[in-house]
Write a protein that binds this ligand. Sequence first.
Ligand code: 5GP
Length: 291
Amino acid sequence: MTRTPPPSLSLEERRAALEKAKESRRVRAEVKRSITLGEMTIFDAINDPREAVRRMRVIDLLSALPGVGKARATLIMERRNISPTRRIGGLGQLQLKALGKELSVGKVDPARGNLIVISGPGGVGKSTITNQLRGDPRFWVSVSATTREPRPSERDGVDYFFYSHEKFQEMIDSGEFLEWAEFAGNRYGTPRSPVDEWRTLGKHVILEIEIAGARQVRVSEPGATLIFISPPSWDELVRRLAGRGTDSPERRAARLALAEQEMAAAREFDAILVNEKVDALIAELVSLATA
Ligand code: 5GP
């Protein structure tokens, strides 16, 4: 039997790989040093998008905290059910929360995350934008509650929490919503406590909500950044709404009338971003949201 020899790297490729590994080691050492000196919190590291940091082991990061050390770090990880080989980029949401609780006892405070509201007329591409932000570790996208029926592709607890009218009313009565509004015959609301928890952990929280809800956030959270997503032109919006296809002429007319009202609210927002090229828009949005 003949065997193919393992692929060998050219000298150039080996040199590049060694350089990359050296740079990753440098970044990791710098992060650990900054944590030990208190120049950086562990939450800054968790939110750091650089690959070298995301591949760091959680245990190394915890051990670098002043007054923690390897033994206590191991104990914290065991108590919170985090595998000793887990890397930062692989931490699940529950594990992050658990770690946050543990460390707040140790008085390590992350800077509180910002609150960002994204609104705009139907058909402008808000969900494409929030879907992209979901993959960015600096952000947490809120999951709203609604009384509307799930669409075929939607999952409970992921796209929305689908609640009965009774359950939704109970949540209103007990003050569990940061904001809520009626839209096209259904109710939609932002559960308050996850927003607070994630902001405490240093995540910038994104709400993708309609205009009436945005106005409530403006009043209850004056520090929030309100961003309006606008289509490149009215004609383009009409085209995008028509592209959805399945609507009756009456339903389409109702949607256009609603979009007109929504467009009129743009000037109440802190920033208006035009959705012409989605990548450029996201870059602008990220810089506003993380400011
Ligand atoms: P859809 O039913 O198409 O998913 O959403 C309809 C509208 O409700 C969209 O404009 C969406 O931004 C808005 N919406 C979704 N969740 C919330 C929420 O929690 N609060 C408010 N006020 N609006 C929401």
